[in-house]
Design a protein around this ligand. Structure first.
Ligand code: URA
Length: 230
């Protein structure tokens, strides 16, 4: 929410006082003085007035997981193991998944407690490309690339997908780059040609690529330089 809103929600300040506090540069968000009333604050931001803490904030955490097949991209599931079961960290309830994968899809999964970071990563406007390695049941025809690149109409959502790039690697294998993350998007795109996806593996999301040293089921924290890329 906006910083002026956060401050005027506190019982001790009215709107006029809030404006003044900002103009007088008495408010800090995550250690930086903020005077713009529109500046965004998050539930994890540390917010201070002078030397008094108004909101403690929590350390932001970001992890990269190599999702194995046979686990659910959810924080809880009554019947199956979830990706969160693979993460051994305190305060797991604070974490959420930035960009889900299907039960049998493998590859790069990002898990964080940083809501605005994950929004930047997943919102369609950001147009970050997600790259998938795909293996299919039937041969991949020469017409696929142009069809994917034109965008495909998804009747259920009543939308046309953004242009996607297909790089055919072999008769039944390809690398596909898409900018959205619609429900079962890759399978539905190949499904248009009645071609079943047998294996799907996410290699990268925007500038973040799955660390080749991570085996399925393993994870590691992101480095500061990786977090800043998003
Ligand atoms: N598209 C799919 O069909 N499944 C996934 O898991 C990811 C993208």
């Amino acid at each position: 929410m906006r910083v002026d809103r956060f401050l005027s929600n506190l019982p001790r300040f009215n709107r006029k006082q809030v404006r003044l506090l900002l103009v007088e540069k008495r408010i800090r968000v995550d250690g930086k003085i903020v005077s713009d009333p529109h500046a965004e604050v998050r539930e994890f931001s540390r917010i201070e007035i002078d030397d008094e803490i108004l909101q403690v904030g929590k350390p932001l955490r970001h992890f990269m997981l190599h999702k194995p097949a046979g686990c659910v991209s959810a924080t809880r599931d009554p019947g199956h193991p979830t990706v969160l079961d693979l993460i051994h960290e305190p305060d797991k309830d604070d974490l959420h998944i930035a960009g889900r994968l299907d039960f049998n899809t493998t590859g790069l999964m990002l898990i964080t407690n940083d809501g605005s970071w994950s929004r930047r990563l997943t919102q369609p406007q950001t147009k970050l490309s997600k790259v998938y390695y795909v293996e299919t049941e039937q041969e991949i025809g020469p017409q696929y690339a142009a069809t994917f690149n034109q965008g495909m109409y998804f009747a259920f959502e009543d939308l046309t997908t953004q242009p996607a790039e297909l790089d055919v690697l072999g008769p039944n294998t390809a690398r596909l780059s898409i900018v959205e993350g619609r429900y079962h998007q890759v399978k539905r795109m190949f499904g248009h040609f009645d071609n079943k996806v047998l294996r799907l593996h996410r290699e990268s999301m925007g500038p973040l690529t799955l660390d080749p040293s991570l085996k399925p089921g393993e994870y590691r924290p992101l480095r500061a330089d990786e977090i800043e890329l998003i």
